[in-house]
Design a binder for this molecule. Structure first.
Ligand code: ZN
Length: 308
């Protein structure tokens, strides 16, 4: 693992401020974005874009309860293709980008050209699986392709929640992730609308989030600097990790769903079937003998296959 700045692992803190009129989240995601880079072999602009979407999904996940999950999907018209990240209430996140080997020349300001790689037109989707029959699905048009602005716009348009969002990834000259993180500040229903202006001024006066993380600021420190005049109170802290939910049982069920004919065809291949998870790159190999068993199970749905 490349050297990452700031001590300790990735985590997120939750806080309230202005006597509960605001809620705020800040996180350091350096290690999990680096893990995504290594798993998907992303080039710097793709690393920054995927890292921002992963960091956004981490914070959306922290708004959930128990077993709920949220998927952020950024479908822009740029060379990266679609970016997907899924977060849960336990600080676990995973994601992928359509074309990981994309790198564009830096912007005139010397920044990674994330908007150029994502595209400036397209759709920004949020899917929440709350364990109900139908997942909740909201979407807004992309307004900048920089991700944080798009997420802010999503909250305002789709959820009527005034929010300030920062997402940042700093990529080292050796292409590793040097620092990554984000924050989210939201006005609660019934909050004094003047607080919105106060938050906006604080955000405008603060340094870029990746600079703060790189300088070793903790998520707690970032929130207290940002909301210092608004009496922030830390409510909780959760560790964050890159974690995939793919496993053999799930894939076995997906294979059985293909039906007996398809499975018998696959079993006829000398090497069997190899499934590669889009989220984590893990390879799962099913040899012909096992595919025969699954074909049998698909033929007689009552009998469960013996899974090895
Ligand atoms: Zn996986």
């Amino acid at each position: 693992m490349a050297a990452t700045h700031g001590s300790g692992g990735d985590y997120l803190v939750r806080a309230t401020a202005a006597e509960g009129q605001l809620r705020a989240f800040a996180c350091r995601t350096t290690q999990l974005v680096e893990e995504a880079r290594l798993r998907h072999v992303t080039y710097p602009t793709a690393t920054a874009a995927l890292g921002r979407v992963l960091t956004g999904a981490v914070m959306l996940g922290s708004l959930l309860k128990r077993e709920e999950t949220v998927v952020l999907q950024v479908a822009g018209d740029g060379p990266l293709g679609t970016i997907v990240a899924e977060g849960d209430a336990h600080g676990r996140v995973r994601g992928y980008v359509g074309n990981p080997q994309v790198h564009l020349p830096s912007t005139p300001a010397g920044k990674l050209d994330v908007a150029g790689a994502v595209g400036r037109t397209g759709t920004f989707y949020v899917l929440r699986d709350l364990g109900l029959k139908e997942p909740y699905r909201g979407s807004v048009p992309l307004i900048s392709g920089e991700i944080a602005e798009d997420l802010t716009y999503y909250f305002a348009r789709s959820e009527q929640t005034p929010s300030a969002v920062a997402l940042g990834v700093l990529v080292e000259t050796d292409n590793s992730v040097r620092a990554a993180g984000g924050y989210l500040v939201q006005l609660m229903p019934g909050a004094d609308p003047r607080l919105g202006g106060e938050v906006e001024r604080a955000v405008a006066a603060s340094l870029p989030i990746s600079t703060l993380i790189d300088a070793g600021r903790t998520p707690e420190g970032i929130l207290s600097e940002l909301l210092g005049t608004l009496d922030p109170v830390i409510q909780g802290r959760i560790p964050l990790s890159y974690a995939c939910r793919c496993n053999r049982d799930r894939l076995t069920r997906a294979l059985i769903a293909l039906g007996p004919e398809e499975l018998r065809d696959l079993a006829g291949q000398p090497e069997g079937a190899e499934l590669i998870c889009r989220f984590c790159g893990e390879r799962h190999v099913f040899p012909p003998a096992e595919l025969e068993e699954l074909a049998e199970a698909a033929r007689c749905p009552g009998r469960s296959p013996e899974v090895h």
